[in-house]
Design a protein around this ligand. Structure first.
Ligand code: GLA
Length: 328
């Protein structure tokens, strides 16, 4: 009798394992990003793919650069029989619409990088989110710039700062305000900080915005720059080059650490792109995909809010920092 029971149990376990496997294969998760060509998002997808392979679910990667594309991406996921998706939206104000569309399609929803907001600008707290610790990381950017200003022996009063801004995005505001607070704490005069609003969050838009500032203050010799991400700061660096400012007179520190920054560090001679605070596409891609999988497969909801850290990297330290973060 015992033997019969045992074999029943064994069969039960085998069937259980089989259904679990079949179940994972039925799971389809979307990963929607606002700027698919940006190396940061390519890396997020890359790490999300690793999670999909490990767990055996299907990952559907969709680029959605505007609200209309977001709407059709969500409908498309619903029609394909997906159970949930992770999104970095092109516009956080689409928040209530995205929540409604996800619900209408029976999809679980989690956000990454850019947190959805309500009509009044407050974050939609019901949607689980993973973002960076924007203020802290911004402060690290500002501190790195202030240290380097001192090292170069510049007089703070004679330095101009380019605040490459994208103020419609709360995390962008927190990042640049963090940088400004560190600069001010180090004695940087607020009057020397010039706003360079970018129309889009890419290098070209930042180049255009920074060029306006540099042309307006052509008498300033030393410059520093900070912004939302590496692309923003690279735009300011390219702008400085076009007006003939040399790297020894420019200190740009970005946020990201993906290929846009690494390619700059790999150039034979240093440019005005002095450093970057490397953040983790592994956590943002792999972990969010895994979170969503656990939610769909095992009904384990993701943490309501996860804020990830960053680490400063320069030309001669980035290889090691990347290694430490597991993102080589
Ligand atoms: C925003 C930026 C990206 C990247 C992420 C990181 O979405 O646009 O470049 O910095 O935040 O969370």
């Amino acid at each position: 009798m015992l033997r019969i029971l045992k074999s029943f149990a064994a069969v039960g376990i085998a069937i259980g394992a089989l259904t679990a496997a079949a179940h994972a294969a039925d799971i389809k998760i979307g990963f929607v990003v606002k700027q698919p060509e940006e190396p940061w998002f390519q890396d997020e997808w890359k790490f999300a793919d690793i999670a999909a392979k490990e767990k055996g679910f299907t990952l559907v990667k969709i680029g959605a650069e505007d609200g209309e594309k977001v709407q059709s991406a969500i409908d498309n996921l619903g029609a394909q029989g997906a159970q949930g998706f992770i999104i970095c939206t092109p516009d956080v104000k689409l928040g209530p619409g995205i929540v409604a569309k996800a619900e209408a399609n029976g999809l679980k929803l989690m956000t990454v990088d850019d947190r959805l907001v309500n009509a009044d600008g407050s974050p939609i707290e019901a949607v689980p989110h993973m973002g960076i610790s924007a203020l802290k990381i911004g402060e690290a950017v500002g501190a790195a710039i202030a240290d380097e200003i001192k090292k170069r022996g510049w007089d703070m009063a004679s330095v101009g700062a380019i605040r490459v801004s994208y103020d419609q995005l709360p995390t962008a505001v927190d990042r640049v305000e963090g940088a400004i607070s560190s600069l001010k704490a180090a004695g940087f005069p607020e009057a020397n900080i010039f706003d360079a609003p970018q129309a889009k969050t890419d290098t070209e838009a930042a180049l255009n915005a920074a060029t306006v500032v540099l042309n307006k203050h052509a008498d300033v010799k030393h410059w520093v720059a900070f912004g939302l991400n590496d692309e923003a700061v690279l735009g300011a660096v390219r702008a400085s080059e076009t007006v003939g400012i040399t790297p020894d007179n420019f200190i740009g520190v970005g946020i990201g650490g993906a290929d846009s920054a690494i390619n700059e560090f790999k150039k034979p001679a240093a440019t005005g792109f002095f450093g970057t605070v490397i953040i983790s596409p592994k956590r943002h891609g792999y972990e969010t995909a895994l979170n969503m999988y656990e939610w769909v497969a095992n009904d384990k909801a993701p943490p309501a809010l996860t804020l990830t850290a960053g680490e400063l990297a320069l030309r001669d330290t980035y290889v090691e920092v990347r290694k430490n973060l597991g993102i080589e």
